[in-house]
Design a protein around this ligand. Structure first.
Ligand SMILES: Nc1ncnc2c1ncn2[C@@H]1O[C@H](COP(=O)(O)OP(=O)(O)OP(=O)(O)O)[C@@H](O)[C@H]1O
Ligand SMILES: [Mg+2]
Length: 224
């Protein structure tokens, strides 16, 4: 389904260059549940941003459903991301002045979904993350766990094949973290590909495959 081949990512800051990835190769099949581990600075977020079409690699090939994504411009990347990828961040990244309902609706607006379908979909998503009674709350009026559930619902809005989560439980207490994990596990049971960056070995133990990054390379890759 997706494959990274000899991916490199170099950040240039003034005359200093940081090699964040290099060279990294990885194949992921539809329906896999992968945990990504590795020390701070090892390139986990950089790899996730490339996988999620939020950023472009400096070199190498990225094939997504037989499409050469590395040749895409920013607009093509944004379109692919909107339709195929759901991204969940540690810091939720919700719009602060929009309600839970409006935050979840946003990717549907970008995808030009009709008003009737949007309403059906957002109502169903709010229910499936257990927040039907919080639709009109803004992020500041929600707990951390509830914010992250809104973020998961938003990631699912356009029914993506792949969910990418970069330390989604990093800001949550143990109980809320477990709820998010349960949500992810049920999504994976429905056939969604799930790639999860975590520092939490306990969380990682739920994954079917574990990848360790070190210095921008895959150090270990094994079935759990
Ligand atoms: N936008 C950027 N500009 C310049 N350098 C960057 C940028 N983003 C990341 N880097 C550098 O690239 C390397 C990899 O960073 P990355 O954020 O991918 O690490 P990480 O594994 O996610 O770490 P953490 O566990 O702390 O989140 C680091 O050395 C970092 O300083
Ligand atoms: Mg990171």
């Amino acid at each position: 389904m997706i494959s990274l081949k000899n991916i490199t990512k170099i950040y240039t800051m003034g005359n200093v260059q940081v090699q964040a990835l290099g060279t990294l190769s990885l194949t992921v099949k539809q329906g896999e549940f992968i945990a990504v581990l590795g020390p701070s600075g090892s390139g986990k977020s950089t790899m996730m941003n490339i996988l999620g079409c939020l950023d472009k690699p400096t070199g190498g090939e990225y094939i997504f459903d037989s499409t050469p994504v590395h040749q895409f411009n920013r607009i093509q990347l944004a379109r692919l991301r909107n339709r195929k990828v759901g991204f969940v961040f540690q810091s939720y990244n919700l719009l602060p002045f929009a309600t839970a309902y409006e935050n979840i609706e946003l990717p549907l607006l970008y995808a030009r979904t009709s008003a009737k379908k949007r309403k059906e979909r957002v109502t169903w998503l709010l229910k499936s993350v257990g927040l039907e009674d919080r639709a009109t709350h803004r992020p500041a009026e929600l707990s951390g766990g509830q914010r992250q559930r809104v973020a998961v619902a938003r990631a699912l809005a356009n029914d993506p094949d792949m969910i990418l989560a970069d330390e989604p439980t990093g800001n949550l207490d143990t109980k809320s973290g477990k709820e998010i994990l349960n949500l992810f596990e049920s999504l994976n049971q429905y056939g969604k590909t799930l790639i999860l960056v975590t520092h939490d070995e306990q969380l990682a133990s739920h994954a079917k495959r574990i990848i360790h990054l070190l210095d921008g390379k895959i150090h270990q890759d094994y079935l759990n």
